[in-house]
Design a protein around this ligand. Structure first.
Ligand SMILES: N[C@@H](CCC(=O)N[C@@H](CS)C(=O)NCC(=O)O)C(=O)O
Length: 215
């Protein structure tokens, strides 16, 4: 029996976890949860993840792990080869900070349920949702670009020349940015890192367009 990954092609939290699983060479069964039709808000899926969010990873013994960052850290602890996080504490803190800028500052306020609420409660419409999304990406991408561009710790990827935890988060966010037409001109370092990641099969095969439920 292999791991079961409950996820959705376009979900950036799913994309970041797929990239991490691919980097570790861990195989999984892909179980698509169609968010636009509310497949995550069913009794059946609530039985998998009480939070009704993707991704969720079901292990061989039936344990279900939730929260993409927690799952990525579990993955790193159980599959130590090709580490996602560096060993040195200050380096670990830097990588976690870069990852959290994307995962905790941008993603939660640009999530589907937030954009849906903006529309339903405040009549944001397509233009309003797009403006909101863009605003919160730029708010964090401006300091993120500066941090990456000015640190000697940045290499081909976010930290050195080995892709890891922060890269998984950044790569996934970039696909969402593309959907919402975020102008990436001001972020040459981030663009360079994304291109380097996208050239790796572990990342390219985690991209939304490559998933079986992509439509
Ligand atoms: N912090 C969670 C967030 C999970 C999450 O919000 N996933 C999104 C897709 S990227 C989702 O399921 N959204 C459903 C909704 O907003 O209704 C994680 O990192 O796993």
């Amino acid at each position: 029996m292999t791991l079961k990954l409950y996820n959705y092609f376009r979900s950036s939290t799913s994309t970041r976890l797929r990239a991490a699983l691919n980097l570790k060479g861990v195989a999984y069964d892909y179980i698509g949860v169609h968010l636009p039709t509310g497949a995550h808000r069913t009794e059946e899926y609530a039985g998998v993840n009480r939070q009704e969010l993707v991704p969720a990873l079901e292990l061989e013994d039936g344990t279900v792990l939730t929260q993409s960052l927690a799952i990525m850290e579990w993955l790193d602890e159980t599959h130590p080869e090709r580490p996602l996080l560096p060993a040195e504490p200050k380096a670990r803190a830097r990588v976690r900070a870069l990852a959290q800028m994307v995962a905790l500052e941008i993603h939660p306020i640009n999530n589907l349920r937030v954009l849906t609420f903006l529309d339903a409660e405040f009549g944001a419409g397509d233009a309003g949702r797009k403006a909101w999304f863009n605003h919160w990406v730029h708010t964090t991408f401006q300091p993120l670009e500066a941090m990456l561009a000015h640190s000697p710790d940045t290499g081909t990827f976010c930290h050195g020349d080995t892709p890891g935890y922060a890269d998984c988060c950044l790569y996934a966010q970039m696909w969402n940015n593309r959907r919402f037409e975020v102008d990436m001109t001001p972020y040459p370092t981030i663009r360079r890192i994304f291109d380097a990641l996208d050239a790796l099969p572990e990342f390219a095969s985690a991209a939304p367009s490559q998933q079986p439920d992509a439509g």
